[in-house]
Design a protein around this ligand. Structure first.
Ligand SMILES: *Cc1c(COP(=O)(O)O)cnc(C)c1O
Length: 392
């Protein structure tokens, strides 16, 4: 018997659950793209996105996913043959390094495996760069595969007065964990619509500082990706913001989602909710891991765990994922980038996620472990409930 009928729970780390309100906001016939209404909404969305990132700097929007924003930013920052340092803590950092390398940039990685970046290692590497050939330090705030969280202010401190740009991929963390681009000295910030921003997949964003803008056009800059054209668009020239026809329904979706995040719940409360939900998942994971069950959270140090996604080693995870989907309508994330993906999974708690949704996900996991005979320590749901009852 399946008990899966009802609202599906999607606990994969992107795309994240879409609020009904966001879907409804997008469900509209396109207005005149040369009219004033859409231009005003677009301008408001751009201002809201800057608020979200904590910047008064520049913003270039793109129709495309996170990979598009990776390419867009690199095409504006680097000349062919430039030397950059990519800090990696998992699959996403490594993919980013590879993509930039394939564009003709000399990529060096500071690879921490699936562990969080160590600022001292960055400081040592930059101290050895006496000729200052490293043009940028690039890092994922959250690597969505390992579920590590990098300490961005600590990495910025570790850079000292080295002139490299600090480039942060916040695709899995913006709108989930604190980001204060200007206060933290981030030069280039990258994110996308479908994770913490609670919107459909298909738009991505590159925020950049005056210092980054001063790079001017490089020999990798092509007209479509040029961030200056987009960031300097006048409010009524929608085609300039988006390099052609604007993604009309996406703009309505983003407008609604950003209103929910910034104007209704409030960014501080949104971060606190993610932190509380994350602690509930960790509490469950730690309880399941008792009695030598073989279940283990991937990131040992709570200070380095992501607010938006938790990765765990879990024997027979693949079977558990299939069971929760079929029997409970709960979709868990695959063990992307894990040493042994069949025995690893990820639980997303990003964006439009309530304590009720999260307890549903954890409860379905617990039921699946019982049904499949997967050994697990007792008391996980109690531990999660306590974390929710007494948020720190
Ligand atoms: C999801 C994600 C990406 C890739 O984004 P796409 O929209 O799938 O191209 C890159 N970096 C991080 C940290 C991500 O979480």
């Amino acid at each position: 018997m399946s008990l899966a009928a009802g609202y599906p729970l999607i606990a994969i780390p992107g795309p994240s659950p879409l609020p009904e309100r966001v879907l409804r906001a997008a469900h509209r016939i396109s207005p005149d793209i040369y009219g004033t209404e859409l231009a005003a909404t677009n301008e408001h969305v751009m201002a809201q996105l800057k608020r979200l990132a904590g910047t008064t700097g520049h913003l270039a929007p793109y129709i495309g996913n996170g990979h598009a924003a990776w390419e867009a930013s690199a095409a504006n920052m680097f000349h062919r043959g430039d030397h950059v340092l990519v800090i990696t803590s998992g699959h996403f950092g490594r993919s980013w390094a590879q993509q930039v390398n394939e564009m003709g940039v000399m990529v060096e990685t500071l690879d921490f495996g699936a562990l969080p970046p160590e600022p001292e290692a960055l400081a040592r590497r930059l101290a050895a760069d006496r000729d200052q050939i490293i043009k940028a330090v690039m890092v994922c705030q959250t690597d969505t595969a390992s579920a590590c969280m990098a300490d961005i202010p600590a990495l910025r401190d570790a850079m000292g007065d080295h002139p490299a740009l600090l480039v942060v991929d916040a695709i899995a963390s913006l709108g989930c964990a604190p980001m204060m681009m200007d206060d933290w000295g981030v030069d280039v910030l990258i994110s996308a619509s479908q994770k913490g921003l609670m919107s459909p997949a298909g738009a991505s964003f590159v925020w950049f500082s005056d210092r980054a803008a001063l790079r001017g056009r490089t020999d990798l800059t092509t007209p479509y990706w040029d961030w200056h054209l987009r960031a300097n668009a006048t409010p009524d020239a929608l085609w300039r913001f988006w390099g052609g026809t604007p993604p009309v329904q996406m703009i309505f979706a983003l407008d609604e989602a950003l209103r929910m995040i910034l104007d209704e719940e409030g960014l501080i409360a949104v971060w606190a909710r993610h932190a509380a939900l994350a602690r509930a998942v960790w509490a469950a994971g730690e309880a399941w891991g008792q009695d030598e069950s073989g279940i283990r959270l991937s990131v040992a140090d709570p200070a380095s765990r992501a607010a938006s996604v938790t990765a765990m080693r879990l024997p027979e995870a693949e079977a558990l994922r299939a069971w929760t989907a079929t029997h409970c309508g709960v979709t868990l994330g695959i063990g992307l980038g894990a040493e042994d993906p069949a025995n690893a999974l990820r639980v997303a708690h990003m964006g439009h996620c309530s304590a009720g949704m999260l307890m549903g996900v954890l409860g379905a996991m617990q039921a699946g472990m019982v049904a499949l005979g997967i050994p697990h320590g007792a008391g996980a749901l109690d531990a999660a409930a306590r974390a929710i009852a007494e948020p720190a």
